[in-house]
Design a protein around this ligand. Structure first.
Ligand SMILES: [Zn+2]
Length: 614
């Protein structure tokens, strides 16, 4: 990967370390009077992205309390070209105001924007029925509001409390309904109103946690809270996706922003990510930041200074991060046109198959979340998340009646018992699971090809009758072919059903022809499809740009396919001038042929490219 930006290549660190020393020397040699200048000249900034750094209350103590510490800290973080810092305050003591003011004034004098931050925690999640916890929250916020125009609320604004008062308050409600109401009411009183009593113009920003699947159960409710707060920050800390305890696919970070940030509109302020327990995972850390850049986050907040600074062992991801900063800025400056994708129905507050939109994105299906039912597109994806929409069954049927396509997960179709669409397939047996390494992929008309995976993969069992013949992709065992991808014409439209592997991560490990078959169903909607292995994400922008990002540890040979007649000359790869092989390809199927334009290239591990058509 000669032109790969992969930050962990052994030959790379030396020049970057020199770069750091240049920054360090520059920051340390500032003239003494500069710090007290009336109108501070801002430090160097990125042209197309905005970066911010979070300091926990402990970080403030360790890294910012003394003037000499502040200078050393800012020199250390100079490669991030910060615009803004957030200072957490854990104290309710009015005496804390003076020292916060001094630190904030000094940082502002050095050209930084400075906001406050609060972590609503009392050595654990708060009880919103406990007056002491509410007094603690209010006390911290009152200190902050005396110093700052803006306060961001760390994602501990949740509760897991099961005390007698909380149980009594809940009554016969669900925890989700009770807690989302309770937290909204109490945080209005003890957080938002408390801050505005001290400083009426203060802006209070809510940061949503990445564990969307438990939001309402634990008191977060995007539909209720986004209107309540002055701004929204979206947590995209996907960390190390396979071994960290949340196992979030990296692409989910992109979707969280499009979904929750997109819903917030002008209130969307930032993406927030961290390097928590990411020692040795620099590539995954950089991959998180790319999701923020690709989603065009208005600001990228790095949590937190102490984790990116020695002696924290996870600070080993800091050099790969700052080595990539110029690349992030360069891509952000080149992107043009709106992000395009396949509409996926994600009502606010919905839960369903865990992070399924992230897994779909990781196999090159670009996701465009819609909080309202997507009625107009040629096709759209529906998962169990759609069940939050009470009109779902009727809306799906209306889509199919009007000649459109619906792409459903098998889990959703199972839950739609009693609906008309459930009758699109004739399932004769569906209990338990089946495993095999052999797939049969149906090509044009009746030809199909067997394909081998590198190891057996397990799926929920779907055994179908011979007719209607719906098996686009089947898992093959001696006794039967089981449904993996099924397509059925129904009424005036079409019903597609995907049976997700038992281990969602295995979607990325499906053989290429299986993935290509799934991607083909969205060719009409997108006007482009990816061919090649899983673990490569596609981000189309406008009608001319396609970002491809290989999030595999190994190389990936991939290609974009476009409708026949698309240009075969004048394509460019704009990040590293990567070689492209562009041609018109023809597939023969007996008397039928299919022509497409193909743009092929090889990607190194964790390499990102921007393809642009003429
Ligand atoms: Zn309680």
């Amino acid at each position: 990967m000669p032109s790969s930006p992969a930050p962990l290549a052994a030959s790379r660190p030396a020049p970057r370390r020199r770069l750091a020393l240049v920054f360090l020397a520059g920051a340390l040699s500032l003239p003494p009077g500069w710090l007290r200048a009336e109108a501070p000249a801002p430090g160097p900034r990125w042209q197309h992205i905005k970066t911010a750094l979070f300091f926990t209350s402990e970080d403030v103590k360790q890294l910012l309390a003394k003037p000499e510490d502040r200078r050393a800290t800012l020199a250390y973080f100079a490669p991030l070209r910060l615009t803004k810092v957030y200072l957490d305050n854990a104290s309710v003591d009015p005496a804390a105001v003076a020292s916060l003011r001094e630190i904030a004034a000094d940082l502002r004098a050095q050209g930084l924007e400075v906001s406050g931050a609060v972590v609503p925690s009392n050595r654990g999640p708060l009880c919103y029925n406990n007056p002491d916890d509410m007094a603690l929250l209010e006390g911290r916020v009152r200190v902050l509001a005396q110093v700052f125009d803006e306060i961001i609320v760390d994602d501990w604004l949740f509760t897991t409390c099961t005390c007698a008062k909380c149980l009594e308050g809940r009554g016969s409600d669900s925890w989700a309904d009770y807690r989302s109401r309770l937290v909204a009411e109490q945080s209005k009183r003890h957080l938002i109103d408390a801050a505005k009593q001290v400083r009426p113009e203060v802006r209070v920003i809510i940061k949503y946690p990445n564990w969307y699947e438990g939001h309402r159960q634990n008191g977060y409710d995007v539909a209720r809270q986004t209107p309540q707060f002055d701004g929204v920050s979206v947590g995209i800390e996907t960390r190390q996706p396979t071994t960290q305890d949340q196992h979030i696919p990296t692409y989910s970070g992109f979707v969280f922003q499009q979904w929750i940030g997109g819903d917030a509109g002008a209130k969307w302020r930032s993406a927030w990510l961290d390097n928590s327990q990411m020692q040795g995972a620099g590539n995954d850390f950089v991959a998180q930041v790319w999701q923020a850049v690709l989603a065009r986050a208005p600001e990228i907040i790095f949590w937190c200074a102490g984790e990116l600074h020695p002696p924290n062992p996870s600070c080993d991801v800091y050099p790969p991060l700052w080595g990539m900063m110029p690349e992030f800025d360069r891509l952000a400056g080149m992107l043009s046109g709106p992000a395009r994708g396949i509409p996926i129905h994600l009502p606010l507050g919905a839960v369903g198959e865990y992070n399924i939109f992230g897994y779909l994105g990781m196999v090159g299906l670009p996701m465009a979340p819609r909080t309202a039912f997507p009625a107009d597109s040629k096709t759209a994806i529906f998962t169990q998340h759609s069940l939050r929409d009470p009109q779902l069954g009727a809306e799906l049927l209306a889509r199919v009646r009007s000649g459109k396509e619906v792409f459903l997960t098998w889990s959703l179709l199972r839950d739609l018992r009693g609906s008309e669409l459930r009758r699109a397939l004739n399932v004769i047996s569906e209990d338990g699971t089946v495993a095999s390494s052999t797939f049969r992929v149906r090509e044009m008309f009746w030809r199909s090809t067997p394909v081998e995976a590198t190891r057996p993969l397990t799926f929920p069992r779907i055994e179908l009758s011979t007719w209607p013949y719906v098996r686009q992709v089947a898992l093959v065992r001696e006794d039967a072919d089981f449904g993996v991808l099924m397509t059925a014409p129904y009424l005036e439209g079409q019903v597609d059903v995907l049976n997700m592997p038992d281990n969602s991560y295995d979607l990325q490990r499906l053989p290429e022809p299986v993935l290509n078959s799934i991607r083909s169903l969205f060719f009409g909607e997108l006007g482009v499809r990816l061919v090649g292995r899983g673990g490569v994400a596609l981000y189309p922008f406008g009608e001319r740009q396609y970002v491809l990002y290989n999030m595999n540890d190994g190389p990936a040979k991939v290609a974009l396919r476009l409708p026949a007649g698309s240009p075969t000359q004048g394509w460019q790869e704009r990040m590293h001038s990567t070689n492209l092989s562009v041609s018109e390809v023809q597939e023969d199927r007996g008397p039928w042929t299919r022509r497409e334009t193909e743009v092929a290239l090889a990607l190194g591990p964790f390499e990102l490219v921007l393809l642009e058509r003429p």
